[in-house]
Design a protein around this ligand. Structure first.
Ligand code: SF4
Ligand code: SF4
Length: 523
């Protein structure tokens, strides 16, 4: 049995997952309209390549990746594009984003799909295919997966599949592992091949026994390729929040510590979510771009359940499927610890939408008014990143951002464990988010100012250079004229030379007089 390790801190909030795991994943019906955001992943937005009025097929490319960190966007079903415009999307900023609105025709007519045998392709070729299939991390961050697979010369020893799903209420990964374990394991093998990793460890919390059994069975059924040298292994880890944080999971499974400011690849590990592995398999083995995902609809609803829904489906239509109760006061995207309230209900689900919680005052009573920090250090005890949350709070509040950075603010994973235990009910994470955004904004401003300064210096240097070149040309011309003149005067008689000298002295005198007159006029 594999030896497990511990990370510092962690909390045990009520899991509230049972409500949504009683029934199998259902397919959400085709919605009345889909709004597909062109920016639903980290990095640059995809560039729209369709126009209003275009008929599109299911899986057709509608947004081309634009930039190094970017990913493709596709039509989730067949129909007609009715608009390309700015709409509100499910994002904490509450800002609108460019979306393609698609009116489904109900035919679900696919593009031609081509399956690929990954063993016949290089990692670089497969990375390109995944980029064009719009595959991004489905664990929440939405980072384009092809970028995480470009590891250069670094040796990756271990690929970790994250099936911990430690956030309360969320159960989409659990249900996916129970029902589609074979595809997840096949996707893991593709990722292992691409990274040339020695082993695949699938980390699952011990509160998901059905998922663990299904994965183990899938590995056994996968035959020699998966079992060779025990390449694939399900690792059961203790249930503790936030055990699914990448650094925490790596620590628990391998004992390796990812240093501050470093990436898992720096210690020879790469992590992907189990749902991402599933999507990688569908993209390569079936030629299906990322058009849908499993999403948990839970909270203040009659029938909490997991649905496979098309990207772009309005949240209102999904919430209606689960039967929202009349006293619902709002909706949270993600879990109660790390999620955020939706800016409006009529927003579309995106690739990163793993859970929608209907909230009510009964489920989430308004927090008591914050009180002053009493330096009890309970937040320190639970912080999984070994930070001093009370000091970070103080620096953020007093806008001492430099000191917050020195105290490793950016190592904070915003898990909310500190806020969860704070007896003074201080919304600590909000302070950290504020401090981070201020620092990023200042760095952005500084970058712009630096660029402007470099541009100005370059401009000054150019003017100086042009002046110098002009003066050099003038001097060269004068020298040439003097040489020519000297050559001319040498052929004059002494009387002619004297007359010439007198003439030039007269000219110089006239020029001096003219100059002094100009100076006089200026004064
Ligand atoms: S838990 Fe709250 S009151 Fe206690 S030290 Fe941390 S911030 Fe202060
Ligand atoms: S939110 Fe940040 S500071 Fe608070 S416990 Fe989590 S990692 Fe630590």
């Amino acid at each position: 049995m594999r030896k497990l390790h511990h990370f510092h801190g962690g909390v045990h909030p009520p899991s509230n997952k049972a409500q949504s795991t009683r029934t199998a994943i259902a397919h959400a019906p085709l919605p009345s309209r889909l709004a597909v955001p062109l920016h639903q992943h980290a990095g640059e937005a995809a560039k729209p390549i369709v126009q209003a009025g275009d008929r599109v097929l299911k899986g057709q490319l509608i947004g081309m990746p634009d930039g190094f960190v970017s990913s493709a966007v596709h039509a989730p079903t067949s129909g007609t594009i009715s608009a390309i415009d700015m709409q509100l999307i499910a994002h904490p900023s509450g800002l609108p984003n460019l979306c393609a609105t698609l009116i489904p025709d109900g035919r679900e007519e696919w593009i031609a799909r081509r399956s690929v045998d990954y063993r016949e392709h290089s990692s670089a070729e497969l990375q390109h295919l995944l980029r064009m299939a719009g595959v991004v991390g489905l664990g929440g961050a939405g980072f384009p997966s092809d970028i995480k697979l470009r590891i250069g010369k670094q040796k990756i020893t271990t690929l970790i599949l994250n099936g911990a799903e430690c956030e309360p209420y969320i159960s989409c990964d659990d249900m996916l592992m129970r029902e589609r374990a074979v595809e997840i394991v096949q996707g893991a093998e593709i990722l292992r091949y691409m990274l040339d990793a020695d082993e695949v460890l699938i980390g699952v919390e011990d509160n998901k026994p059905e998922a663990i059994a299904a994965l183990q069975q899938a590995i056994t059924a996968g035959g020699s390729a998966l079992q060779q040298n025990k390449r694939h292994e399900v690792v059961t880890i203790p249930t503790i929040y936030p055990g699914g944080g990448a650094k925490q999971l790596i620590r628990v499974i391998t004992g390796l510590e990812v240093p501050s400011g470093k990436l898992p690849t720096d210690v020879g590990v790469q992590c992907f979510n189990v749902a991402t592995a599933y999507t990688v398999y569908r993209a390569l083995a079936h030629g299906e771009p990322l058009l849908s995902r499993v999403i948990t609809i839970t909270g203040n609803v009659r029938n909490a359940q997991n649905y496979e829904a098309l990207i772009g489906t309005p949240i209102t239509e999904l919430a209606a499927l689960a039967g929202t109760l009349p006293d619902t006061s709002g909706y949270i995207m993600g879990g109660p610890m790390m999620g955020f309230p939706l800016p409006a209900l009529d927003v579309p689900m995106v690739k990163a939408t793993n859970c929608i919680i209907a909230a009510s005052e009964k489920l989430f009573p308004p927090p008591p008014l914050p009180m002053p920090c009493i330096r009890c250090t309970r937040c320190v005890d639970v912080c999984p990143a070994d930070l001093q949350p009370q000091d970070l709070y103080w620096f953020a509040q007093s806008r001492e951002f430099g000191r917050a950075q020195k105290f490793s603010l950016f190592d904070c994973i915003e898990c909310g464990a500190c806020s969860y235990v704070c007896p003074s009910h201080i919304p600590l994470v909000q302070y950290y988010r504020f401090a981070k955004s201020e620092i990023r904004a200042r760095e952005h401003d500084k970058q712009l100012a630096d660029q402007a300064r470099v541009r100005h210096e370059f401009h000054e240097q150019r003017i100086e250079r042009e002046k110098r070149e002009k003066a050099e040309k003038l001097a060269a011309r004068e020298k040439a004229a003097q040489t020519a003149k000297l050559a001319g005067t040498q052929s004059l008689t002494p009387q002619q030379q004297a007359a010439q000298t007198e003439l030039e002295a007269g000219r110089a005198h006239i020029i001096e007089l003219a100059k002094s007159e100009v100076e006089h006029v200026k004064e």
